[in-house]
Design a binder for this molecule. Structure first.
Ligand code: SAM
Length: 257
């Protein structure tokens, strides 16, 4: 009986975030999502039923919704997480005077700053990297640019703060901008004509049709000859009309024709 009730709660929360934000919580993460919601509701002095009631009667404010969206999504990331895609971005940007790279689902910013490090180290004095994520708390951490030290985040990119962390230099943070944005929502991203769009480890949490819809939206943002990159097989066999697939063993790459 209690189990059935728990199952009911699981389904209702997943259905709610799907309806409100078009965010999918897959079965594997659903248990953790609901458990985290129970802890969150306690932290804010409610029980989870009250939180759910308020959520369905429009009595939650934006900060509560932002926390719920954060709990519904996985934010795992690290600096220089997947070298083949970083090398690819570096190569595609080599001949651009002022490359513009968009990272969608950037979590706490390690991916955009890793791209910036590669662009800088390949000789680009001018560039823009723009990171977007649906989680406001992730974007706030990215904008602050304070992290645990990493051997490849050297002094050209960041400085020691003196208290066991590094901070990305201000001038790098000026070139790497961030935005809270839901790629399944209706608002456009505030970054036009990216030379390269990368989205890694985000599509895997969505159903095949949703992955294709996200890729279609990203493809529409590209100028002619712009590139859309995702992890190997993350595109779930997407077959776009206005982009050509570039065969590559280590990534999925499309070019706008
Ligand atoms: C696992 S992290 C991947 C971070 C980084 N791209 C990497 O590969 O290390 C996935 C991120 O996608 C974000 N995300 C999920 N759905 C999203 C959506 N609809 N719009 C924007 N970001 C989304 C999550 O908030 C999360 O921070």
């Amino acid at each position: 009986m209690a189990e059935n009730c728990q199952e009911g709660i699981d389904d209702r929360w997943a259905a709610l975030v799907a309806e409100r934000f078009s965010i999918e919580v897959d079965e594997q993460r659903n248990g953790a999502f609901v458990a985290n919601l129970v802890s969150y509701s306690r932290r804010i002095g409610m029980d989870s039923e009250e939180l759910f009631d308020r959520a369905t009667t429009r009595k939650l404010d934006a900060s509560h919704w932002s926390a719920i969206v954060h709990l519904a999504t996985n934010h795992e990331t690290k600096f220089f997480r997947y070298m083949p895609i970083l090398s690819l971005i570096e190569t595609l940007c080599l001949r651009k005077r002022n490359p513009q790279v968009l990272s969608v689902g950037c979590s706490t910013g390690e991916e955009p700053y890793s791209i910036a490090a590669r662009l800088l180290r390949s000789g680009h004095a001018l560039f823009r990297v723009h990171g977007t994520d649906v989680s406001r708390s992730c974007i706030e951490k990215a904008q602050a640019g304070v992290y645990k030290p990493h051997p490849d985040m050297r002094t050209d990119i960041a400085a020691n703060t003196g208290n066991g962390t590094i901070r990305i230099h201000q001038w790098v943070r000026d070139a790497v901008t961030f935005e809270v944005h839901n790629i399944m929502g209706d608002m456009p991203i505030s970054f036009t004509s990216p030379d390269v769009i990368v989205t890694q480890n985000m599509l895997i949490y969505y159903k095949v049709e949703t992955r294709h819809e996200i890729l279609t939206r990203l493809g529409m943002m590209l100028p002619t000859n712009g590139y859309l990159i995702t992890g190997p097989a993350e595109d779930a066999a997407w077959m776009p009309e206005s982009l050509e697939r570039i065969p590559n063993p280590t990534a999925t790459i499309f070019r706008k024709v």
